[in-house]
Design a protein around this ligand. Structure first.
Ligand code: PLP
Length: 458
């Protein structure tokens, strides 16, 4: 077949204006924001790659479904629709809607995790970790060694290290391990996929020790597509068949509909265990609402149910994963070091590699993120020492392992020319890398400082 561009498998039906602030306006915005991109007004941003969470575009069918959303307090038709689509996909009879993924986590861990417990995962997302730690338990990351090395090329860098999992269970004892979790794709590890072979191996370990396996399934469809592309034996299977096989290995799942639900808000907790689900429902009523709407409007339940159908469409997934790889290839061609291979939802630029003259104590990834905005109004997010640096007793700071800028791609939101533009901005910044200076923190909060800190250029 002759080479053809993989096109966006949709046409634009409704548009939203992008403001185009001038270079002077961007400079003024940076100063006002204290060089922290979280402090920008979204209308000061030209291409917003801060996150892929809840920032995607819904389809005409999702908007149509919202119009027929049933807002009944109890037993809404929309709840039954979502329950049936989750049952079909996961084979899990119990489905508890929540306002977003972290609410599902909080409810599950409040009922299933106790102080002193240990919960292993490939890599906990920060909300998962925080909700486990909030119960007084420990959140442990057991991803394979390749998953911690940005330069290592491996088809499934999100895989769990099975030997370490077994060693952990033997060391800690099953009584202190309430569940094993696997995050698909591994967001904190760069959106890297987990193979079905690895999931089956995790499940065998769980069976041997009688432990439940829960998936953090936010990007289950992107994970299924990587399995189709990369795992022997799956090329001819549909993404839905692969996703069903993934879920068939789990006892339960937490889900944020803001990712592969293709919705702007929502989530759910699903499981086989009726008794645990009953306890979770009682807690749900306390904070989220009645079990058939769980903090969401009926129309949101419809949007998620419809999104779960669309996200497994092959043409959508081919375009989705290709558009992330396309941006990665452009950055790579510009000579900008990136985390390889690119994950499903984001490209990670390696600021330590691009700006070796800026010491980690002067936040090279923050400097790179600021420069992408200054140059072209592109907003990414620093994932480096601003986010993960730890203060030492002497007032200095222990830097993060890596200095990355994450460019997350919202679903169905930007076109190829937007991504070409982002690549041009990256190239332009890379060309004057030598002249870029670091920052010092002028003001910061005691925790999660990356959201609110103010910086001064050095
Ligand atoms: C986004 C995310 C969550 C939390 O979901 P929210 O809807 O943001 O609360 C949990 N785990 C992973 C892997 C995520 O990407």
């Amino acid at each position: 077949m002759p080479y053809r561009t993989i096109i966006e498998p949709f046409k634009i039906h409704s548009v939203q204006e992008i403001a185009l602030p001038t270079a002077e306006e961007r400079e003024a915005a940076l100063q006002r924001a204290g060089y922290n991109l979280f402090n920008l007004h979204a209308d000061e941003v030209i291409i917003d790659l801060l996150t892929d969470s809840g920032t995607g575009a819904m389809s005409d069918r999702q908007w149509a479904a919202m119009m027929v959303g049933d807002e009944s307090y109890a037993g809404s038709r929309s709840w039954y629709r979502l329950r049936d689509s989750v049952r079909d996909l996961t084979a899990m009879p119990e489905m508890i809607p929540t306002h977003q993924g972290r609410a599902a986590e909080r409810i599950l861990f409040a009922e299933a995790v106790e102080a002193g417990d240990v919960v292993p995962n490939n890599t906990h997302f920060y909300t998962t970790r925080a909700n486990i730690e909030y119960q007084g338990a420990e959140a442990l990351d057991l991803v394979i060694p390749e998953g911690r090395n940005p330069a290592a090329d491996h088809p499934f860098k999100g895989n769990v290290d099975i030997d370490r999992l077994v060693a952990l269970i033997e060391e800690v004892g099953v009584d202190r391990i309430p569940m094993v979790m696997v995050t698909i794709t591994n967001n904190s590890g760069g959106g890297q996929p987990v193979s079905l072979g690895n999931l089956r191996a995790v499940r065998r370990v769980c069976d041997r020790y009688h432990l439940p396996l829960f998936l953090d399934a936010c990007r289950f469809a992107e994970n299924a597509w990587f399995i189709k592309l990369r795992e022997p034996g799956y090329a001819d299977k549909t993404p839905r068949q692969i996703a069903k096989e993934m879920f068939s290995l789990a006892h339960g799942a937490t889900f944020s509909a803001k990712k592969d639900g293709l919705a702007n808000i929502g989530g759910f907790l699903a499981m086989h265990d009726q008794e645990l689900a009953g306890r979770c429902r009682n807690l749900l009523i306390l904070t989220e609402g009645f079990p058939t709407y769980g903090g969401l409007a009926g129309r949101d339940l419809e949007a998620i149910a419809q999104g779960l159908e669309e996200v497994l469409d092959e043409e959508y997934l081919r375009y989705r994963i290709r558009s992330t790889a396309y941006l990665a290839e452009k950055a790579d061609a510009a000579g900008v070091p990136i985390v390889k291979p690119p994950g499903g939802h984001a490209v990670y630029l390696d600021a330590k590699g691009l700006l070796p003259h800026i010491p980690q104590s002067e936040y090279p990834a923050q400097a790179l993120a600021v420069e992408l905005y200054r140059d072209g109004g592109v907003r990414g997010v620093e994932i480096g020492s601003v986010m993960f640096g730890k203060p030492r007793p002497d007032g200095t700071e222990e830097p993060a392992a890596m200095e990355l800028v994450r460019l997350a791609v919202p679903r169905r939101t930007y076109t190829q020319s937007h991504i070409d533009y982002v690549a041009e901005v990256i190239l332009s910044v890379a060309n004057r890398a030598k002249d870029i200076r670091g920052y010092r923190i002028a003001e910061s909060a005691p925790w999660l400082r990356h959201f609110s800190a103010r910086f001064e250029p050095l």
